[in-house]
Ligand binder design. Structure first.
Ligand code: LMR
Length: 414
């Protein structure tokens, strides 16, 4: 009898224990859920978000037949103000094809930082675009994005940079059909110097910066030089667009889905000297993972047309649209930041323009695109890849162009 009672007590104890463990687990899960909901919002700055500037400047460029002198920020604004009157009276504005305009809803939808990460978006543009910028703010509010916790639309660079965790620098003087990136250099380096000091002084200390506006590598370099308080590892430029273009070209040629192809590399400058390298790229096939070179068995195409197509894709889009790429650039900017912040999948690398540490014999002192993997918010250059003579030559040629751009950029700042 006594024994029986002891058993019952033991059983009761086990039941109470099981119930407590279950309850405790549920409470933990519930609290995790609450923690997720209450994740601190990340503040993302997008410059040039009004979706207006590019068309104004394109109009200006044709108006002056490219004879616009090296512009500094103030004169730039002044000329735009004058031409806005001209343009608006002739109804020449068009807001199509703007990277910033395509990018902000992607950020607000969680495509950049994940579906559970609230965001506050700061948008900066120049004074003449203030009304349009406010219109974009109205649209963001009207879209009722669940993750969007605040929007600041401003023409004040200090207000725009205040406390930002991520800065996507899209604003700048755009390239028009027939222009090389170098042609827009003098206009953009002055703008980037000014924005660098505002970011350095007012952004969060660990702010991650992605420069999109061309010449992207050299603008990023100028930004690094004039924002010494931002760690150099936090200043990058966009070559993910070229990386994605290379993946796209290969998947089309192989007739496989783009997600089956990985580990292409964009070396160097986001310009027509960039080197899209497929020597380490692989494709998933029904027989397992294969080298792209083996699967394609067309070295001639890979060493010629493929390279030039990727190098010239930006120009081809400008020729077709009469405007720079926008949706693909915005999507690539999201890919770049997402992988940087949340990490690259195992076994996969991406291309990022970063300050050279001398890897692969590329001299420090330039922002150069390398293959990188990302973990815990930090990128690292993929080391030890075999470089053949063909690649070496192309990697050095694009590095040489970046050294020349650097000299030119500094001469514009003198
Ligand atoms: C692109 O690559 O599409 C952009 O950088 C536009 C340009 O100037 O080429």
């Amino acid at each position: 009898m006594e024994m029986e009672q002891e058993h019952i007590i033991l059983l009761q104890k086990i039941l109470v224990l099981l119930f407590s463990v279950t309850l405790f687990w549920k409470i933990i899960k519930h609290m995790c859920g609450l923690l997720n909901i209450e994740k601190e919002p990340v503040t993302v700055l997008v410059t040039g978000a009004a979706g207006k500037l590019e068309s104004v400047v394109i109009f200006l460029s044709s108006f002056f037949h490219y004879q616009i002198p090296a512009l500094h920020t103030d004169t730039y604004v002044q000329i735009i103000i004058n031409s806005k009157l001209l343009c608006s009276s002739k109804g020449l504005f068009s807001s199509t094809g703007q990277i910033g305009y395509a990018l902000v809803p992607m950020i607000a939808r969680g495509m950049m930082l994940g579906p559970d990460q609230p965001v506050i978006i700061h948008m900066l543009d120049i004074e003449p675009a203030a009304e349009a910028l406010n219109g974009v703010k109205m649209e963001l509010i009207d879209a009722a994005f669940p993750l969007l916790k605040g929007v600041v639309a401003t023409t004040d660079v200090v207000e725009a940079c205040q406390g930002v965790n991520i800065a996507v620098m899209v604003g700048g003087f755009p390239r028009k059909e027939g222009m090389e990136r170098k042609d827009v250099m003098s206009k953009n380096v002055s703008i980037y110097k000014a924005q660098a000091s505002a970011l350095g002084q007012h952004a969060a200390p660990d702010c991650k910066v992605l420069v999109v506006a061309n010449p992207a590598n050299t603008n990023a370099l100028i930004l690094k030089e004039f924002a010494p308080s931002i760690p150099e590892k936090n200043i990058t430029c966009l070559t993910r667009l070229d990386h994605n273009r290379a993946l796209g070209q290969i998947s089309e040629k192989l007739d496989v889905h783009v997600s089956e192809v990985k580990n292409v590399i964009i070396w160097g400058n986001h310009s027509s000297t960039q080197y899209p390298d497929v020597n380490h790229a692989t494709v998933k096939t029904t027989d397992g993972e294969k080298s792209v070179r083996v699967a394609l068995a067309n070295d001639n195409w890979l060493n010629t047309e493929f390279i030039t197509t990727v190098q010239q894709r930006g120009a081809a889009i400008i020729k077709a649209r009469k405007l720079s790429s926008a949706l693909s650039a915005a999507s690539a900017a999201c890919d770049h930041i997402r992988d940087w912040v949340l990490g690259t999948p195992k076994g996969k690398w991406v291309s990022m323009g970063v300050y050279s540490d001398g890897s692969y014999g590329i001299q420090p002192g330039i922002v150069y695109s390398f293959p990188v993997t990302c973990e815990k918010g930090q990128w690292s250059i993929v080391k030890g890849l075999k470089i053949d003579e063909f690649s070496r030559e192309k990697m050095d040629a694009t590095a040489k162009e970046l050294m020349e751009e650097k000299t030119l950029a500094y001469s514009c700042l003198d």
